[in-house]
Design a protein around this ligand. Structure first.
Ligand SMILES: NC(=O)c1ccc[n+]([C@@H]2O[C@H](COP(=O)([O-])OP(=O)(O)OC[C@H]3O[C@@H](n4cnc5c(N)ncnc54)[C@H](OP(=O)(O)O)[C@@H]3O)[C@@H](O)[C@H]2O)c1
Length: 332
């Protein structure tokens, strides 16, 4: 860390959701920020410098040759990209952060697991790294191994907030704000867990500033689905009623889990996923992660989605209406 506190920070990425938020936070704190990417995903934050690189090319990091950094943050999902970045840049970076995922864990069913003790999936084998069959979590395990010891490994959980390209969380404030009868997945006491992109970004910048190393889950504390929906509904001043529908009915009507078309986003069936949304994030919060109120995330995400036409995934209004009609018809 330089004596004036101003870091030369390199983000490998920075043209998308989290990378852009990291750059934005670091620029606001007065750091000197470079974002290295192809420039395909989107724009970088105001105040950051763009360096065009293609990490799929063997010499793709050549535009960074000879540069030194106080901190590097890598968001890649591809082990080969990570290996090349570590070989080319780690000797010239005082601090290294790798953004991983809670999908690296082997056991999704045991509640309350911690990053330092939970078993990991087997890493992707090098020969299938470029295959479409590569499992995201397994590839991230291989990426973490390529980074090695002495780095900050931030295993992010579901990231929410403005500019989310997945549209998962965005579904809920958007749907609740529309009002009326809202289809929601049983049960009210099921856990949901997430982190606002701005909180995660701030913590990653803080980690670089303070030289934090080790493996952490980058996620807030779990809360119940009832609390989650109530906080979102209040935040967007929703005039709605919730109809809780059980797993068997949802699956029988092709309502899908987690994200994407025909999904109820952020719904994972239990008991298979009882551990996925109940990770013990106290170590992260003890190491500097602060989490804002969900109401702020909900309001800001809705405002962004409306202003920018941000993507929303999940059931369409017609699909939801049809499932609710079938639910009521079955119950007479
Ligand atoms: N979203 C979630 O809920 C969630 C949950 C858990 C973990 N995570 C992790 O959190 C991180 C999210 O990062 P993010 O939002 O910044 O988005 P991302 O979707 O991981 O973005 C990838 C970045 O890498 C760049 N990139 C891709 N291919 C490249 C190439 N060949 N050469 C150079 N750059 C390349 C992209 O820019 P260009 O396309 O412009 O090159 C983009 O900036 C990821 O590590 C993800 O695995 C996300």
């Amino acid at each position: 860390m330089p004596t004036d506190g101003r870091m030369r920070l390199l983000i490998l990425g920075g043209t998308q959701f989290l990378g852009r938020a990291i750059a934005r936070d670091a620029c606001a704190a007065g750091h000197d920020v470079s974002c290295a990417a192809r420039g395909v995903a989107g724009a970088i934050a105001d105040g950051a410098r763009f360096i065009r690189v293609d990490r799929d090319e063997p010499d793709g990091l050549a535009p960074l040759a000879g540069q030194e950094f106080d901190a590097v943050v890598d968001v890649s999902r591809q082990p080969g990209q990570v290996r090349r970045a570590v070989a080319a840049l780690r000797p010239r970076a005082a601090h290294w952060s790798f953004v991983s995922t809670v999908s690296v864990y082997a056991d999704n069913s045991t509640p309350g697991q911690r990053a330092d003790t939970a078993p990991l999936r087997a890493p992707t084998a090098p020969e299938i790294e470029h295959s479409t069959e590569t499992i995201y979590g397994a590839a991230k395990v291989a990426c973490e191994q390529a980074v090695g010891a002495g780095a900050f490994i931030c295993r992010a959980g579901l990231i929410i907030g403005p500019e989310d390209p997945t549209g998962r969380f965005t579904y809920w404030p958007t749907r609740l704000a529309r009002g009326g009868e809202v289809l929601v997945p049983q049960a009210p006491d099921d856990a949901v867990q997430f982190v606002d992109v701005r909180d995660l970004a701030r913590w990653i910048v803080h980690a670089a500033q303070t030289g934090l190393t080790g493996c952490y889950d980058g996620i807030g504390p779990p809360q119940t689905r009832r609390e989650f929906l109530a906080a979102c509904a209040d935040a967007v001043e929703a005039d709605c009623t919730l109809t809780w529908v059980d797993r068997a009915f949802l699956e029988a009507h092709d309502v899908r889990r987690w994200s994407g078309p025909r999904s109820l986003p952020m719904w994972l069936p239990l008991p298979e996923f009882a551990g996925f949304c109940t990770r013990d994030s106290t170590p992260a919060r003890a190491a500097g992660l602060t989490v804002r109120a969900l109401a702020e995330s909900a309001r800001d995400t809705l405002a962004w989605a409306r202003a920018a036409g941000g993507p929303v995934s999940g059931l369409t209004a017609d699909e939801e209406r049809a499932v609710l009609a079938a639910w009521h018809a079955e119950r007479g």
